[in-house]
Ligand binder design. Structure first.
Ligand code: 3PG
Length: 208
């Protein structure tokens, strides 16, 4: 399992953002990602089985770093931590959520989409953040424009990024990695096509 000691943004070029509808898919999808060279998974808290999926992956696939995504309330920080999440990701950032994530002791990425939001996160003492929704908020051109005024901020852009567009983000000085759901397509999970997930992961891993 990779260590988050240095930076969440330096582990892999592409963090898979995964929605699991069926708990039985959690462990095989995690194994398929590891097999493809992506030992990190962001499991989104968007389905009723998400917390159980995090727990199952943490227990059965120790070689992957499992995080909880789509954290939108302080209460979910505790739930995710209790389930075994090793990092936290939020699409946004309120003062209460930032405190809860910071107090958890886990590495985390608060979500930002504007210069003022990024400045608020920096002001609170954190330099790493998610940029969401990346494509709809101005994409790589936007992030490139804020690199000079906000040199301390480092981003994981997510939202609408594809295998084809990931490279333009990864080339930016203020981007450590990108996030995306394209490594784990809904139809591949539904069909149990783990080989396809491994293949997509392998291609994403080679972007680094
Ligand atoms: C996220 O929560 O980071 C996004 O929903 C992932 O966006 P994508 O599905 O457009 O990759």
């Amino acid at each position: 399992m990779p260590s988050t000691h240095d930076s969440l943004l330096s582990l892999v070029p592409v963090v898979p953002v995964v929605v699991v509808d069926d708990l039985a898919h959690a462990v095989p999808v995690a194994r398929a990602l590891v097999e493809g060279g992506v030992p990190v998974i962001e499991l989104t808290l968007r389905t009723p089985v998400a917390l159980d999926a995090i727990e199952a992956i943490a227990r059965e696939v120790p070689e992957i770093l499992v995080g909880a995504g789509t954290i939108v309330t302080p209460g979910q920080v505790k739930q995710a931590h209790d389930a075994g999440a090793q990092f936290l990701v939020s699409p946004g950032c309120t003062p209460a959520l930032l405190s809860a994530m910071s107090d958890s002791g886990l590495p985390f990425l608060p979500g930002t989409a504007t210069v003022s939001e990024a400045m608020a996160v920096l002001e609170a003492g954190f330099t790493e953040m998610k940029f969401f929704p990346a494509e709809a908020s101005g994409g790589a051109a936007y992030l490139s424009s804020i690199a000079s005024p906000l040199p301390a901020a480092r981003f994981c852009p997510t939202g609408g990024i594809t295998a084809a567009s990931a490279g333009s983000y990864l080339a930016l000085p203020n981007v450590g990695c990108v996030g995306g759901s394209w490594l784990t397509p809904k139809d591949a999970l539904a069909a149990g096509d783990w080989a396809r997930v491994t293949e997509l992961a392998r291609a994403a891993a080679s972007l680094g």
